[in-house]
Ligand binder design. Structure first.
Ligand code: GLA
Length: 736
C-alpha cells in the first residue's frame, strides 16, 4: 500500500497518514481528538514515523498547555494541511467563505477518510490519471459543523513518479447558499531551510525565464489575474535550498493543472516557518454554492527532490508523459510542419500556399499549416474573429480544394483558429454583441482589436464549436493550432446574475476545457497544438488536451535558449512547439546560422516558420539534412530523460543540455556557443545521466569512452569559431 493509516500511533495524534512514493513521503496527522488536520512531514522517505517529539503542540507563549491551551495562538502556529479564514490563523489561508449573514470564518475539522486504488476524476477539469496499480488516493473528509460545509482534501500518490497530486472538493450541506471567496488547492507548512523561491517569469515573446529570490517575511506572490495562466507568470513554484543545483539540494515544487487565474506563493511567518500555497486566483473570484452542490478545485502536482532540480524536472516530465497527456500523438513523431505565419503573415492565397507546400514536400517537410487570415475578410488583425467561413477570394476553389492539393503533394494539412475571440468588426458581433465578455454601458477595452467571447455561456460555446467543427468536417484537416491572443478585461457576462459575476473567470476556463474536450472527442486523431500569442497558456491544463503548445512568438534561436530552458524545467521536450524561422529574425532582428536554428528547434516538436520559396538557397539546401536529423533523433528527444548541463542565461556565454534514453544506451547533447572568444583552450564539459559502466561511441570523432570518463573526467568540445554556433554530440553504446 502506498498510502497507510495508523490509528493513535503516538500521543497527540489520533490518525496518522503516510503517503509514499518511491523516494519520498508525505505525512499528515489529525491532532488530538479535535480533528485538526496537520502537516507533519514531506521529504525523503523515512524508516520511522514517530513524530511525537516533533509536534509543537505545547509551545505557546500564552495560556495553558495541551487541550486547555489558548486556541488563537495555537491556530496561528499549527502546520495546517488546509488553513482556513477567520479563526486565528492570520497567515495566508486557503479557504474563505461568505455566508448569507455576511460572515467569513470557517474551520474544517477531520471526520473520516477513504483510501482508494486509482484516482477519481475532477468534474469538468483536466487532471492527471492512472490505473489502479499506478496511483492510490487518500480522501480526508473534513467539515465545518457550523456552516455544514464538507471539505474533502484529496491526495493521490503516483508512486513511481515521486509525485503527489492534491485537490479539494467543497460541498454545501446546509439549507442555504454560501459563497466561496477563496479555495486554494494545496498548502505546505514547513520549517524554513533558508528556502529560495524559483519561478518562471516573462512577457510576450519572453516567456518562462527562471527567477530565484530568497523567501522572506514579505510574501512572494506569483499570480495571474489575466484570465489565462499568462506569459507573465507561470503556475509553477519551487522552493529550493540555497545549495540547490541541477544535481544537488532539496526542491519542493508545485505546478497547477489549470489555465486561468492562479495564485501561488510562499512566505515566512512570525516564527520563521514557511508556508507555500497554490490555487485559483482569489481576485475577482466568488462562487455561489447552493445546497447540495459541490465545487471541485483544479489539482496541484507536487514533487520533492533531494537531488536537485534535474530530478524534479524528470519527475514532472515522466508524470506528464505517462499520466496527463492523452493525445494519440504523445509517443509518435509529430509531422514536421511548415507554418505560413512568418512566411506570409496575412498575404497569401491558394497559389502561394501550394507553392510553399510543393517545395517543402520535396525537402521532406510533412505538413502545411495555414495560419491566421483564411476566414471572413481578415487581411489584417482588425476584423473577422468569430466568422469562421472560408475567404474564397484568397482560397480560390475553397478549402477542400486546397487541402486536397496539399494532400496530393504527400503532405498533411493543418489550420489555425482563434475560437475564443470575437472582433467588433465581425458578423458574429453585429448579430450578438452580448456574446462578448463586457460590462453593460462601459466601452470594452480592446486588445489586438478584439474582444473575448463569453464562454461561460452554453449557447456561445455551442455556436463556436459548430463553426470550428464544420470547417474540420469539410476537408481532410489533421492538425489545429488553437490560438488565444488577448487577456480578459471588463469582466461581465450578460447571462450571469450579479451575485454570480465572480464565477466568470473560472466558468470561462471551464468553457475552454469543454470546447477542447468536445473537439478531441469528435476528432480523436486530430493533432492539437495550443497557443496563446506564443506561450501565454503553457500549462499542464492545456496539455491534457494537446500534446504540444507553441512555446513563444520569439523564434530567434538565441532568445529561445532561455525560453526553452524555463519551459523544459517543468514540461517535456515533446510538448514544446519549436520551429526554424528566417533571418534576420522577425522578432529581434538577429541573424544566426541556419544550422543553429535547426539544432535549437530539434529540442522541441520541430518545424519551419518561413517561406521556403524565398529563403537563401544555402538554407534550403540544409533542410533535408535537418529533416533527417529530426527523424534520427526525435524518438530519443521525445521519450528520453532531459539533463540541463549549463545555462546561457546564467553564464552568458554558452548553453548545454541533453537527452539520454531511458535505457541509457543513447544520448544527444546540444552545445550552443552564443559568444565566441579568442585565445582560449577548448571547453571541458561533463556529461550527465550516462551509465558509468557502459562504453559510448561519439559520432563526431568516432572514439569510445566509458560513461564514467565522460561524466567525471569530461569531454573537450572541439574548437568552434564564431558567435551563435552549435554542435550536436550524439553517442550510442559501443558493443564492439
Ligand atoms: C499569435 C501566434 C502566432 C500567429 C499569430 C496569428 O501571435 O502566437 O504564431 O499564429 O497569432 O495572428
Amino acid at each position: 500500500m502506498h498510502i497507510r493509516h495508523f490509528e493513535r500511533p503516538f500521543e497527540d495524534v489520533k490518525d496518522l497518514f503516510v503517503i509514499s512514493t518511491k523516494n519520498t513521503e508525505y505525512c499528515i496527522g489529525t491532532v488530538y481528538d479535535e480533528g485538526y488536520v496537520s502537516h507533519l512531514y514531506y521529504g525523503k522517505k523515512l524508516n520511522d514515523h514517530d513524530f511525537s517529539g516533533l509536534i509543537r503542540i505545547n509551545e505557546y507563549p500564552y495560556g495553558r498547555a495541551g487541550k486547555e491551551r489558548e486556541k488563537c495562538s495555537f491556530h496561528d502556529c499549527l502546520s495546517f494541511e488546509y488553513p482556513s479564514h477567520g479563526i486565528g490563523d492570520f497567515r495566508e489561508d486557503c479557504l474563505s467563505v461568505e455566508t448569507a449573514g455576511g460572515n467569513s470564518a470557517c474551520l474544517p475539522l477531520f471526520d473520516s477518510f477513504e483510501i482508494i486504488e486509482g484516482k477519481p476524476k475532477i468534474t469538468g477539469l483536466p487532471a492527471t490519471f492512472g490505473k489502479k496499480d499506478e496511483v492510490t488516493t487518500l480522501i480526508l473528509h473534513c467539515s465545518d459543523k457550523v456552516l455544514k460545509l464538507n471539505v474533502d482534501l484529496i491526495y493521490s500518490s503516483f508512486y513511481d513518479n515521486d509525485v503527489i497530486t492534491r485537490s479539494v472538493k467543497i460541498s454545501n450541506n446546509a439549507d442555504g447558499y454560501i459563497y466561496l471567496k477563496k479555495v486554494y488547492s494545496a498548502c505546505l507548512d514547513m520549517d524554513n531551510k533558508d528556502f529560495e523561491a524559483l519561478s518562471l517569469h516573462g512577457s510576450w515573446a519572453r516567456e518562462r525565464h527562471i527567477e530565484r529570490t530568497k523567501v522572506t517575511h514579505n510574501k512572494t506572490i506569483i499570480e495571474s489575474v489575466r484570465g489565462e495562466s499568462s506569459h507573465q507568470d507561470s503556475p509553477f513554484l519551487a522552493l529550493t535550498t540555497p545549495d540547490t543545483t541541477q544535481e544537488t539540494g532539496e526542491v519542493y515544487a508545485m505546478n497547477f493543472v489549470y489555465s486561468g487565474n492562479f495564485r501561488t506563493g510562499a512566505f515566512l511567518d512570525q516564527f520563521d516557518h514557511i508556508r507555500m500555497f497554490m490555487g485559483i486566483g482569489p481576485e475577482d473570484f466568488k462562487w455561489k454554492l447552493v445546497p447540495g452542490e459541490s465545487f471541485e478545485t483544479p489539482e496541484v502536482v507536487m514533487t520533492y527532490s533531494d537531488k536537485g532540480l534535474g530530478k524534479m524536472t524528470r519527475s514532472f516530465h515522466d508524470l506528464y508523459r505517462e499520466h496527463l497527456i492523452r493525445s494519440p500523438y504523445l509517443h509518435k513523431k509529430r509531422p514536421i510542419l511548415i507554418n505560413n505565419w512568418e512566411a506570409t503573415y496575412f498575404e497569401f492565397d491558394t497559389e502561394k500556399l501550394i507553392a510553399i507546400a510543393r517545395q517543402a514536400s520535396e525537402l521532406g517537410i510533412e505538413m502545411l499549416v495555414m495560419d491566421d487570415g483564411w476566414f471572413g475578410k481578415r487581411d489584417n488583425d482588425s476584423c473577422s474573429l468569430g466568422d469562421w467561413t472560408v475567404n474564397e477570394n484568397k482560397l480560390k476553389g475553397g478549402l477542400k480544394y486546397l487541402v486536397d492539393e496539399i494532400n496530393k503533394l504527400g503532405m498533411k494539412f493543418g489550420i489555425w483558429f482563434e475560437p475564443e475571440m470575437i472582433s467588433p468588426d465581425s458578423d458574429l458581433y453585429r448579430a450578438h454583441p452580448d456574446w462578448a465578455i463586457h460590462i453593460k454601458g462601459r466601452e470594452g477595452v480592446r486588445s489586438r482589436n478584439q474582444f473575448v467571447l463569453d464562454l461561460s455561456r452554453k449557447d456561445v460555446c455551442d455556436h463556436i464549436y459548430e463553426q470550428v467543427a464544420s470547417i474540420l468536417r469539410s476537408a481532410n484537416i489533421e492538425y489545429v493550432k488553437w490560438d488565444m491572443n488577448r487577456q480578459l478585461t471588463d469582466i461581465g457576462s450578460a447571462e450571469l446574475p450579479a451575485d454570480r459575476m465572480g464565477e466568470l473567470f473560472h466558468r470561462y476556463v471551464l468553457g475552454v476545457y469543454s470546447l477542447q474536450e468536445r473537439l478531441m472527442t469528435e476528432f480523436p486523431n486530430l493533432l492539437l497544438e495550443n497557443c496563446s500569442g506564443g506561450g501565454g497558456r503553457f500549462d499542464p491544463g492545456m496539455l491534457y488536451y494537446s500534446p504540444q503548445i507553441w512555446c513563444s512568438d520569439d523564434t530567434d534561436a538565441i532568445e529561445r535558449l532561455s525560453i526553452q530552458e524555463g519551459t523544459a524545467l517543468v514540461y517535456p521536450l515533446s510538448t514544446m512547439g519549436a520551429h526554424v524561422s528566417d533571418c534576420p529574425n522577425h522578432a529581434v532582428g538577429r541573424t544566426t546560422p541556419f544550422m543553429t536554428r535547426g539544432h535549437v528547434a530539434l529540442a522541441g516538436t520541430f518545424g519551419y516558420e518561413l517561406d521556403v520559396t524565398r529563403i537563401p538557397k544555402e538554407d534550403v539546401s540544409m533542410i533535408p539534412a535537418q529533416v533527417e536529423e529530426y527523424h534520427r533523433y526525435n524518438d530519443l528527444v521525445r521519450e528520453g530523460d532531459y539533463y540541463r548541463l549549463a545555462s546561457y542565461s546564467a553564464n552568458h556565454t554558452y548553453d548545454l543540455y541533453g537527452v539520454v534514453s531511458k535505457d541509457k544506451r543513447e544520448a544527444l547533447f546540444t552545445f550552443v556557443q552564443v559568444l565566441g572568444s579568442v585565445n582560449r583552450k577548448s571547453r571541458r564539459i561533463y556529461f550527465r545521466g550516462l551509465d558509468p559502466e557502459l562504453r559510448y561511441r561519439i559520432d563526431e570523432n568516432e572514439r569510445t569512452y566509458t560513461g564514467d570518463m565522460l561524466m567525471n573526467a569530461g569531454y573537450l568540445i572541439p574548437e568552434i569559431h564564431g558567435d551563435f554556433v552549435s554542435i550536436l554530440i550524439h553517442m550510442e553504446v559501443y558493443d564492439g
